[in-house]
Design a protein around this ligand. Structure first.
Ligand SMILES: NC(=O)c1ccc[n+]([C@@H]2O[C@H](COP(=O)([O-])OP(=O)(O)OC[C@H]3O[C@@H](n4cnc5c(N)ncnc54)[C@H](OP(=O)(O)O)[C@@H]3O)[C@@H](O)[C@H]2O)c1
Length: 292
């Protein structure tokens, strides 16, 4: 049995990865800020969910001991991007290198670039650089927006559509190439059998490009709440996001609007590496969004 440490492994993608690795006979360590929130993973027979401050270098050093694989998955859509997307991946990579961990995988985001229009995408690029500086052989994945049961993307649209009689939609023409969570997991797991993936960066996308308007309309149709969609111009998109920033769980920020100014689609039309076939959205979304 091999050992894997998943940092950020209690979230949407991390939970799917944890299930797959547990069934592939990995013993998992899953640090979390609140064990209560990661209860769903405590049932995995080979997983140990522990409360730990992964920002603390001494804690990280302790967690790295004896690991065969470390996956760095922590990500946020708002908050302290510098600490979470740049400093933390750098600390993880330095700790993994110091402990001679043989494989490090880091999850970034599609369209991450130092000159990207949003702090989210800029910080993701800086995080990649921090990882590479400390651990050049790390494998980096850059997923487009990820869908699947428990996502905070189509599921969020579905709950908003249920409540709203019509949808004033920011950035309706923003483009995405959504990728299924299980395909992202498959790419991560497949990379372990591809030594040439060390030191490489892979975009991960689904088979089709959609506008945001198309995705919201499809979700409305599937969930039984089709609503008129009113596309907002850019200035009103920023205004809507500004108002939402004041709500406790506001679904959008101005930084998210800035992220949507660049297409979230794969360069050169690629989808998945290692010969994997990308699963269409239409084959999966009805399973968790369709009206019963
Ligand atoms: N979901 C997408 O559509 C998408 C698209 C592109 C890239 N990504 C990237 O994929 C990765 C996983 O995304 P996800 O959707 O699974 O995210 P998620 O469901 O929000 O999970 C986030 C994880 O990060 C941990 N975390 C959050 N803030 C933290 C902090 N300040 N300190 C320590 N841990 C913290 C959480 O742990 P606890 O709450 O248990 O402590 C949780 O395990 C992220 O890097 C994200 O940027 C996601």
């Amino acid at each position: 049995m091999k050992n894997a440490l998943l940092i950020g492994g209690t979230g949407f993608l991390g939970s799917a990865l944890a299930c797959r690795l547990a069934s592939a006979d990995f013993a998992l360590t899953l640090p979390t800020r609140r064990r209560e929130r990661a209860k769903h993973l405590t049932v995995l027979p080979t997983a140990s969910v522990i409360e730990a401050d992964v920002h603390d270098p001494a804690t990280l050093a302790r967690l790295m001991a004896g690991q065969d694989l470390v996956v760095s998955l922590v990500g946020i859509l708002k908050g302290d991007f510098q600490r979470t997307h740049v400093e933390l991946p750098g600390k993880i990579a330095r700790a993994a290198a110091a402990a001679n961990v043989p494989r490090l995988i880091h999850i970034s985001a599609l369209a991450a670039a130092p000159d990207a229009p949003s702090e989210y995408l800029q910080s993701k690029a800086a995080g990649e650089a921090a990882v590479k500086a400390a651990y050049p052989q790390a494998t980096i994945f850059q997923p487009s927006v990820i869908f699947g049961r428990g996502d905070s993307f189509l599921t969020l649209f579905a709950s908003l559509l249920e409540l709203a009689p019509l949808v004033p939609l920011a950035c309706p023409e923003a483009r995405f190439q959504p990728v299924w969570v299980e395909d992202v997991v498959s790419a991560i797991v497949a990379s372990l059998d591809h030594p040439e993936s060390q030191g490489q960066t892979y975009p991960l996308c689904g088979p089709r490009v959609y506008t945001l308007r198309e995705l919201v309309a499809y979700t409305g149709w599937l969930s039984g709440h089709p609503r008129p969609i009113i596309g907002l111009p850019l200035a009103l998109s920023y205004l809507q996001a500004f108002v939402m920033e004041w709500l406790p769980n506001g679904p959008m920020t101005r930084d998210n609007v800035r992220s949507m100014q660049v297409p979230n689609v794969c360069p050169q039309g690629c989808t998945l590496p290692f010969g994997l076939a990308a699963t269409p959205l239409e084959a999966v979304a009805p399973g968790y969004l369709a009206k019963q």
